[in-house]
Design a protein around this ligand. Structure first.
Ligand code: UTP
Length: 283
């Protein structure tokens, strides 16, 4: 049973400046919800209810969002807005949420390490707080973990010319869409990339990863990369990558955020679907 998750949300979000000067990118709206609520909802729906946010300076809006807002709830109740009240109350009940602050933004690996005491000696999920999927990817990670009994990471096949932006795997296909990973390279040059299968930011990891993060020297940009730590883990334990069969929205850049709003908007708000299609066609 995988019961715990760590969601790092401490990054500066520089690709989205100036939006992120004073507000967390993880709180940007996709249609009518902040990105991070989609992440938490998928976890809870998959049975992963103990969730640790690794936050940082200026990220209090995330805590406020998952806290009860008593004044607002009273106001909605008094004015008879029961539908809205129900929506707000549901957020209060999403999982058992904990917070810890990353002291310096030293990378995703360093952020995940803040989860060590919370996780203990169990397999756990780590999800970046700025990426969402068009289906519940957490369920797929857990299913694959049950099958292969090891760490599992979500992969996506991208056009070759885009690999330089991501962690890229070298692996052997062991089942349809499942790869036994042999090596991982962070942001390779196109000509040096071992494949076009990229690491998307959804991980189900063995607790041994914490020891490996501690052994990982800072890599690119002085940041402790989770990819480097996973390479160390590979020397002792298997890691399987599963290719996602859905859409992934990386909200960390402006285009990803715009695409998510248009596509998820068209899906979640059927009354606007035809209008949106026509609108995009006429741009
Ligand atoms: P990113 O690398 O996309 O976040 O990390 P970033 O550093 O905020 O982005 P840019 O490049 O400056 O635009 C993915 C996730 O990991 C978190 C981020 O908040 C994001 O949700 N993160 C990243 C941390 O929690 N700590 C870090 O040191 C780095």
């Amino acid at each position: 049973m995988v019961k715990k998750a760590v969601i790092p949300v401490a990054g500066f979000g520089t690709r989205l400046l100036p939006i992120t000067k004073a507000q967390p990118k993880e709180m940007l709206p996709v249609v009518n919800k902040p990105i991070v609520q989609y992440v938490v909802e998928d976890l809870v729906e998959a049975g992963v209810k103990d969730i640790l946010f690794v936050t940082g300076k200026g990220k209090q809006a995330i805590e406020n969002h998952f806290d009860m807002n008593y004044e607002l709830e009273c106001k909605l109740e008094k004015s008879g807005k029961y539908e809205l009240l129900k929506i707000i109350k549901e957020i209060d009940k999403l999982g058992n949420i904990f917070y810890v602050r990353q002291k310096e933004q030293k990378g995703l690996g360093d952020a995940i390490l803040y989860g060590e005491d919370f996780v203990g000696d169990e397999y756990f999920i780590a999800m970046v707080g700025d990426t969402i999927y068009s289906k519940n990817i957490v369920k797929d990670l857990i299913k694959a973990h049950k099958k292969y009994g090891c760490s599992v990471i979500a992969l996506e096949r991208v056009p070759k010319e885009e690999v330089h932006k991501y962690g890229v795997i070298e692996g052997e296909e062991i089942d349809d869409g499942a790869y036994k990973i042999k090596n991982m390279v962070e942001k390779p040059k196109v000509e040096e990339a071992p494949s076009n299968l990229i690491i998307t930011g959804a991980y189900l990891l063995s607790p041994k990863i914490f020891e490996k993060i501690k052994q990982t020297p800072p890599g690119r940009g002085g940041e402790v990369q989770i990819t480097d730590a996973m390479n160390l883990l590979l020397k002792e334990e298997d890691i399987v990558g599963i290719e996602i069969d859905c859409k992934r929205y990386d909200i960390g850049d402006v285009l990803g955020w715009l695409k998510a709003n248009v596509e998820i908007g068209a899906e979640k708000l059927p009354e606007f679907r035809e209008f949106l299609k026509e609108f995009v066609k006429n741009l």
